[in-house]
Structure formats: structure tokens, C-alpha cells
Design a protein around this ligand. Sequence first.
Ligand SMILES: *Cc1c(COP(=O)(O)O)cnc(C)c1O
Length: 383
Amino acid sequence: MTSISKPILLSPPHFSDEELKYVKQAFGQEWIAGRGENLDELEGALSNFLGIDHVVALNSGTAAIHLALVLLGIKRGDVVLCSTFTFAASANPIVYQGAEPVFIDSESETWNMDPELLVKAIDELIKIGKKPKAIIFVHVYGMPGKIEEVANICNHFQIPLIEDAAEALGATRKGKKVGTFGDLGVYSFNDNKIITTSGGGALVSNNGDWIERARFLASQSRDRTNYYQHSAIGYNYVMSNIAASIGRGQMEVLQDRIEKRREIFAYYKERLGQIEGVKFLEELPGVYCNRWLTTLLIDREITSVSAETLRFELEQVSIESRLLWNPMHRQPIYQEKQYFDNGISDHLFSSGLCLPSGSNMGAADLERVTDAVLKVLDQVTRS
Ligand SMILES: *Cc1c(COP(=O)(O)O)cnc(C)c1O
């Protein structure tokens, strides 16, 4: 008996009953666009949750990274260091500013930027008179990287630190939320992130002047005059009040969503973690990962199955999975750029896979995915 199975997606949106309530409220108040109560409430909820004073909600995470660079005065010819193992949106805003991205490889314990390689890059660049003007450090898949070490390095060299925590909302290191260690932190509420506003992001900082400036730049840099006057180039980056209404509802269930994703990880690890040649990404002591996506590494020598074969076979049974990030130094748009290499991100890309991790997955979905993985890896399911 064959039937077309319902697709299981990688990380679809998961709403509660609250979002529509706030959206309706926004309609009632005729605050569809522009600043409204829900935007204030969302920023307040984020500030509370993150334990940081200043938050501006924007229309994407990419916009937040771009504004961070604008605030830091990054301009044509400046060098900005960036994690290579990430999504392209981490690096593209460097190029929007006409600056030069230089990519840094990962360490193997968290898959994020390697502090040792970072020091080496800074030293070498300073030697040739190209001291980096900023660092964009990414926490991939919700796993906190070695951010304290990196913050110390940035302090030592007096280089501003931007944390791209787009995938890591709610993840912590020693109880402190990632995204709040650097000078500026970035979050995304895109539709496949841990919570969504349909599309959106936020920029956070302990520096209130910066966030106030970001608010000004994000709303076309309109001066406080009775007519239209602009003393700076502006951007249209403000989050709409409708998107914020969705976000306000999502904030109420954020911790539940994180806990559910952590349960999904635990389930996968329980059922697949014993297979020889399959490895999961573990938390270091003192680290709390939001498990945005459960990822695994497959040793092809041992399993005779590549990550791409597994992805393809899962697709045949309507299960969406995804290879790990294709590092920036391998991208056609960036392959000419300078890159500090230790081989780790290349290895991750060639051997890793993200499994479906949406917080709305049920027990049957999880069983279906693990059974399918076991079947491809030719393992007998014992019951
Ligand atoms: C999603 C994502 C972004 C971009 O966020 P958008 O809201 O989609 O613009 C940036 N960096 C990383 C690491 C991401 O995963």
C-alpha cells in the first residue's frame, strides 16, 4: 500500500492563538503600518527576554546587520572579518557598504568562528596596514560559539564586535543570552527561524545612542522638521506594526518553542546517536543551545552514505532536510576574497545534514523521519 505522505518541512512557522488576537487588535486601532502599540510591546518583550536595554525591531535580520555596519561607520575599502560558515546574509551587508569581507573558518566544537584563527587573521592584517574595522561573529544553528574569548580578543585589539544571533534567539552561555556579548547583536524573525513575524529582525545594544540612531536611519532619516528634511542617507527598514503583532504573540510562546526543539534534538540523538559514523553537535559545559535545527555529521567511510545521498533519499519520501551551510569562501560571489582556513567548514559542508526540526512536529512525524534515516543508513529498527 503506497500513499503520498504529507511533506515534513525543515522548519515551518508555528503559531499559537495569540498572534491573530494582536493582529486584530492592530486592525482595530487602525495601526496597520507605522509605529504602534504592538511594535513597542515587541521591543519591550525582546528587551526583557534578552536582558538588554535597547532594542529596535526591523523588517529583516539582514537590515539589522546592515545598520550595525552603518552605525560603526564601515565604509569603502574597510576590512570586516566574518564567519565563513554561515548564510550569505551575514556577509552581504559588508559589500553593501563597499567594504571588504575577509572570512574566518570554524572550530570543531561549536562550528563557529575559531578564536585562534581570528587572532592570526587580525595579526596578519594589522601587519599589512589593514586592521579590521569590525567582526561579524555568527552563532550557527542556535549553538553558542566561543563568544567570551572572541569578545576579549575584540577588546584587546579595540575592534567592534557584531554578533549575528539570527539563528540563536534564546541560546545562552553561562546564563547570558547570545547576541548580548558584542557591541551590537542581531536577530531574525524570518519564516523559518525559531519564531517569526513573517519577516523581520532586531538590532540590540547596551548603547542607547546607537539604537536611537538606528531607529532614525531605519525610518528614512527624517529630521524633526515640519517639512521633509534629511541630513543623512536613510533606509526603509522599520518593522510594520502588523508584523510586530505576530511577533508579540510569538514572544509569549518562545520558551516553549525552544524547549520543543530541544526535545526534538534529544529524540533524534536517542534514536540515531548510537549508529557508528553518525555524530551530533553537543553543547559545551555552561552552554544552552536553542536547537533551531538538529544537525548531524555522517562519516561516509563508515556508513557508505553521503549527506547528499541521505538528503536525496529523504526527499523521495517527502521529508525536507538540508545540507549544512555552504561556506562563504566557496560561494561564487566570495571565492576571490581573503580567507583564513583550517579545513573545518569544508568538512562540515561535505558531511553534514539538517533534519526537520519544526516545533510543530508530532511524535509520528519524528518517528517517520528517524525510520527513514535508519532505512537509508541500512540499519535494522529494533522494537
Ligand atoms: C536568517 C539569517 C540571517 C538573515 O535574516 P533575515 O531576517 O532573513 O534577513 C542572517 N544571518 C543568519 C546566520 C541567518 O540564518
